[in-house]
Design a protein around this ligand. Structure first.
Ligand SMILES: Cc1cc2nc3c(=O)[nH]c(=O)nc-3n(C[C@H](O)[C@H](O)[C@H](O)COP(=O)(O)OP(=O)(O)OC[C@H]3O[C@@H](n4cnc5c(N)ncnc54)[C@H](O)[C@@H]3O)c2cc1C
Length: 692
């Protein structure tokens, strides 16, 4: 009889195994997949050569859940074997009311820091072979600078070991690893020991503290057994072998959102060993708002190098009069996966669609993964074969998906790179999620949820759930850090309860320090920008001059809604002033037809040792006076009064330079049209008034 059995060795299971073992409990970890030696990770065809769990009992478990495709991994380390290493914390403001206080940053941050310490996370570093950042990082960051949203992007913390790719050195847990080779193969298992997957940290700690491990052990049934728990285990790699069973005082289910929910549903509805499980079991399923696309750059740069993900960009945009928040990440696309896709696609239309992308050189291809807040109201049930089936409404995600689909054309415009949605979406309207969450709701009692705040199942003391199935909704960011932090907090309480030691803490907590959270600044920047702009904007250029003086300005309205609402109608300006042979940078604001004032336009600019304050005013009636007024600025430069004017060429240049800014062409055109209309109507309305 074990003190505890842990089912599954992914993020939740690894924390449970490590902390229980460190607390002196006898622990057995049952994992359906195998231990993957680094050089065994599959690279070659065919598909059943270790790629797929079905068939072949391989690395990737791809589940067609009816309305959604869920991708997860099987093996010692669970999802960490194939994940893209991103360690991200959600932005509190982006979480809705379904997130209870104990899962908020204020409570969980110390546990995120502990998990970050265990995984030794840091952002992408320079490639030791070139001394430079990966080309993909550079290309994406250049594009964001052109879009003037660099502050919305960040280089996320990654669970990757950076350093000498040839030397084996011990990590903080004393496990030998090598430095990253920048081959972009994190999502098909790292063959170089550079990925800080759970087998290199939490699981190694668990084994060192005495945990016993049984891989090729799939739990098929669980039942109470007096005061104990009994689990039945099959051996997927040896199908003929007789089933085994184990008993323990406590069981921790950590088979992932789909796996754990499925096990519990079978226990309640098929085996009837847990008939009192809450009727809410299966609810609250989310794909984390995942939306997958593939792009093919025309750049000569090799976009396939580096860790899989190196940048993340937060987008907070207007979609049909509502704000939609999501983020987008670049992802290296390994060429081995590319070759496989040909085989995997059984339909002629799917193969044709794939080949349009496939025609591109593997080095120019990269994945674009968006994630956001979906409705998280999917319901997992069992089909006639006892397999998980999802009830899910695409209509409820329409606004999010529409906004995510717009990333493609925006990137295509800026990078000259076409972006195509995942084939499952393009052809079958099924999204692919690599972040399945939920299915086991948390609540105060069995009417409100299946488990309590620390994961203990209502009505079944000693049975716990400790994985992504208990997250209440999409995190909107890569979720593994939240699963770790939630499990760390839950396990601390559980171990204190089991041992009676109210002060028990994970031993590594003494060494954990607060870790920089680059995502917070990006989230805050984008949230404030949205509040400020509330809509699509406009830019235009203007050149005003007279002999010896030229004022060149670039004008920017960040959002038309806020611009129209503000009685001053402010426009941001920056540019240069050339005066008496010296050119200086200037910036400031332009008020356009400010309400309550007779002035048409009021300029306030400052630069190095210079200020330009000027007005455009109308001094008569009729079209000629209007044209004169809008094209002549009465101002004072360095104490000298002057009138700067626009000739026909400057007027034409100004009109031609008016551009809407927004995610789509129709929205850009609409923003520009609203601006021109505002200008024309206000200009015609204003009467004759005094000048400077
Ligand atoms: C390609 C890809 C990239 C990703 N990138 C990121 C990323 O960059 N950052 C991030 O935060 N997240 C990422 N994820 C998601 C992340 O991997 C998951 O959110 C995470 O693994 C979920 O953790 P978990 O503990 O809930 O379950 P899992 O990690 O899925 O672990 C479940 C384990 O249980 C085992 N199991 C299942 N059923 C049984 C059974 N009946 N008996 C015994 N064992 C069983 C499975 O084999 C598996 O090992 C990615 C996922 C994929 C597929």
């Amino acid at each position: 009889v074990f003190d505890a059995i842990v089912v599954g060795s992914g993020f939740g299971g690894a924390v449970a195994a490590a902390r229980l073992s460190q607390a002196g409990q006898s622990v057995l970890v049952l994992e359906r997949g195998r231990r993957w030696r680094a050089d065994y990770f599959p690279r070659d065809e065919p598909l059943d050569a270790g790629w797929l769990w079905q068939p072949g009992r391989g690395l990737y478990d791809v589940r067609w859940l009816g309305r959604m495709v869920a991708v997860q991994a099987a093996g010692w380390g669970g999802g960490s074997l194939v994940y893209a290493n991103v360690f991200a914390r959600p932005f509190d403001e982006a979480l809705d009311q379904r997130w209870p206080p104990h899962l908020r940053r204020g409570v969980l941050d110390p546990y995120y820091d502990l998990a970050a310490h265990m995984l030794e996370v840091r952002p992408v570093q320079a490639d030791p072979a070139t001394g430079e950042l990966p080309a993909r990082t550079v290309v994406i960051e250049r594009m964001l600078a052109e879009m003037e949203i660099s502050d919305a992007a960040f280089r996320p913390n990654l669970a990757v070991r950076f350093g000498d790719p040839e030397a084996w050195t011990p990590n903080v847990h004393g496990v030998a690893q090598r430095g990253c080779r920048f081959v972009g193969e994190c999502v098909i298992g790292c063959r170089y020991g550079a990925k800080n997957s759970l087998d290199h940290n939490y699981l190694a700690v668990a084994e060192r503290a005495g945990a016993q491990v049984s891989t090729d052990s799939e739990v098929t049934r669980l039942a109470p057994h007096g005061d104990l728990w009994q689990v039945q285990v099959a051996t997927p790699l040896r199908p003929g072998a007789p089933p085994r069973s184990y008993t323990a005082r406590r069981v921790f289910l950590a088979a992932g959102a789909v796996g754990t929910t499925e096990l519990l549903l079978r226990a309640r509805d098929i085996h009837r060993t847990l008939p009192r499980l809450s009727c809410r079991l299966g609810e609250g399923f989310s794909g984390n708002g995942d939306f997958l696309a593939l792009s093919a750059g025309r750049d000569s740069a090799d976009l396939s190098t580096g860790p899989t993900i190196t940048t993340s960009t937060v987008l907070d945009v207007w979609e049909r009069n509502r704000a939609v928040w999501f983020q987008t990440q670049d992802g290296a696309f390994p060429s081995a996966l590319h070759d496989l896709a040909d085989q995997m696609l059984p339909w002629r239309r799917a193969r044709a669609a794939w080949r349009r992308v496939r025609g591109v050189h593997p080095q120019n291809r990269f994945a674009v993964l968006s994630m956001g807040r979906d409705s998280a109201d999917g319901v997992l049930t069992l089909d006639d074969d006892g397999e998980a089936l999802l009830r899910w409404s695409n209509a409820r995600q329409a606004r999010l998906v529409r906004a995510q689909e717009r990333v493609g054309p925006a990137m295509a415009r800026l990078l000259g790179a076409p972006v195509r949605s995942a084939i499952t979406w393009a052809l079958f309207r099924r999204t692919v999620t690599v972040h399945p969450l939920g299915g086991v709701p948390v609540g105060a009692d069995e009417h409100a949820g299946v488990v309590d705040e620390i994961g203990e199942v209502h009505g079944y003391p000693g049975l716990f759930v400790m994985d992504g199935s208990t997250l209440p909704a999409s995190t909107g960011v890569n979720p593994s850090a939240t699963i770790l932090a939630m499990a760390e907090r839950g396990m601390e309480t559980i171990v204190r309860r089991i041992t009676g030691n109210e002060r028990w803490e994970a031993p590594e907590r003494a060494d954990a320090r607060p870790v920089p959270v680059p995502e917070d600044a990006a989230f805050r920047f984008m949230a404030e920008r949205r509040k400020r702009t509330r809509g699509d904007g406009v830019t235009f250029g203007e050149e005003l001059s007279r002999p010896g003086t030229v004022l060149r300005l670039r004008a920017r309205v960040e959002g038309m809604a806020a611009f129209l609402e503000d009685p001053q109608h402010p426009v941001q300006l920056d540019g240069t002033l050339r005066h008496r042979g010296t050119e200086r940078a200037v910036s400031g604001t332009l008020e356009l037809f400010p309400e309550g004032s007779a002035v048409l336009m009021q300029y306030r600019l400052r630069g190095d040792g210079v200020s330009v304050i000027g007005r455009k005013t109308r001094r008569g009636r009729g079209p000629v006076s209007l044209l004169y007024a809008t094209t002549h600025l009465r101002t004072e430069v360095d104490g000298e009064r002057m009138i700067l004017g626009m000739g026909p060429a400057s007027i034409a240049g100004m009109l031609a330079s008016i551009r809407g800014s927004g995610f789509t062409r129709p929205r850009r055109l609409r923003a520009a049209a609203r601006f021109v209309q505002f200008f024309a109507v206000r200009a015609l309305r204003r009467g004759s008034v005094d000048g400077v």
